[in-house]
Design a protein around this ligand. Structure first.
Ligand SMILES: NCc1[nH]cc(CCC(=O)O)c1CC(=O)O
Length: 330
């Protein structure tokens, strides 16, 4: 064991590197040496299109997972939020580090005096590339001009500072990990505002049959984080949502109820919104996620998702027809 060096796969963005270094530091505390293996993924390279239009699952994760499966690396570190709910064949999440703040945060540009979403002027340009954030923004303020804002956290902040948008919503966890917590002017609090399932949690993935790595990495697992994100992701999985659908889920901790799961399904235009919440069953958090999914589905969520799938299918068909026409012309 003394000559073991754990090879940790990570994306090469600054945020990903910080998260991977956090795992490396936790391993070092336990006397385990490690080294980072960096990847620039398809998701990092394609910056000119909205993420939901690229339409591929695991855009930021596929290459890391492929090398983990073949054994080039021993584990991979991801933002849990970016991982599809189903584990790839042969891989499993062996550790979830103690979660950072799971909330979304408001960041404003230099020409904006507003310090909350509601203080922003009528028709303000607000940036996000997430359908979940877009839908909730539209629900709260139909007058906003919601703009696509892509790129890693640093890029997005530069665009905000350049005045491309007046304000934007980002994950508080990402900003904090980058030492940019002072850019946050307001936190978006649940249950009024629901962030993404798993947001703020760092996942360490390994081969399911690698007993040695599992034994080492399992010591990094944080039980409360695991319970909360298991419930949140079970909700998402039950609704078959990826990053393509405006579904939110997050956990709060209340003196009276303990951990509470909150969920939302919204149409992209924010007109139809279904919300709900229930206490998380400590013995079976996934069952709570499935139960809340069932309730949201029954309360109108089914119709919202059905309409959304039709819209997405139409958009995909239109795109395919456009492509075929272009090929015919050339
Ligand atoms: N969508 C990209 C992404 N994936 C994870 C984080 C933040 C870190 C986390 O949620 O743990 C972010 C940035 C953001 O949404 O602002």
């Amino acid at each position: 064991m003394t000559d073991l060096v754990v090879r940790i796969g990570t994306r090469s963005s600054e945020l990903a590197l910080r998260q991977a270094r956090q795992v490396a530091a936790a391993l070092a505390e336990r006397g385990v040496a490690s080294e980072l293996v960096e990847y620039t993924t398809i998701g990092d390279r394609i910056l000119d299109r909205p993420l939901n239009a690229i339409g591929e699952k695991g855009l930021f994760t596929a290459e890391l997972e492929a090398d983990l499966i073949t054994g080039r690396t021993d584990c991979a570190v991801h933002s849990l939020k970016d991982l599809p709910t189903a584990d790839p064949e042969g891989l499993t999440i062996v550790a979830l580090l103690e979660r950072e703040d799971p909330r979304d945060a408001l960041v404003v540009g230099p020409n904006t005096t507003a310090r909350t979403l509601l203080e922003l002027p009528k028709g303000a340009k607000v940036g996000t590339s997430s359908l979940r954030r877009r839908a909730q923004l539209r629900a709260l303020r139909p007058d906003f001009d919601v703009r696509e804002l892509r790129g890693n956290v640093g890029t997005r902040l530069r665009k905000i500072d350049a005045g491309e948008v007046d304000a934007a919503l980002l994950a508080a966890a990402g900003l904090r990990r980058l030492g940019l917590g002072d850019r946050i002017v307001a936190f978006m609090d649940p249950p009024d505002w629901i962030s993404a399932p798993g947001q703020g949690a760092i996942a360490v993935q390994a081969r399911a049959n690698d007993e040695r790595m599992t034994a080492i990495l399992a010591t990094l697992d944080h039980a409360h984080t695991r319970a909360a994100v298991t419930a949140e992701r079970a909700l998402l999985a039950a609704l078959e949502g990826g990053c393509q659908v405006p579904i939110g889920a997050c956990t709060t901790y209340e003196a009276k109820y303990g951990p509470m799961l909150h969920g939302i399904i919204a149409s992209i235009d924010g007109v139809s919104v279904v919300r709900g919440g229930l206490p998380i069953n400590a013995d079976d958090p996934a069952s709570s996620g499935r139960e809340l999914a069932r309730q949201l589905h029954a309360a109108g969520g089914a119709g919202i998702l059905e309409e959304l799938r039709e819209e997405l299918a139409e958009a995909a068909a239109a795109k395919a027809a456009e492509k075929a026409a272009a090929q015919g012309a050339s």
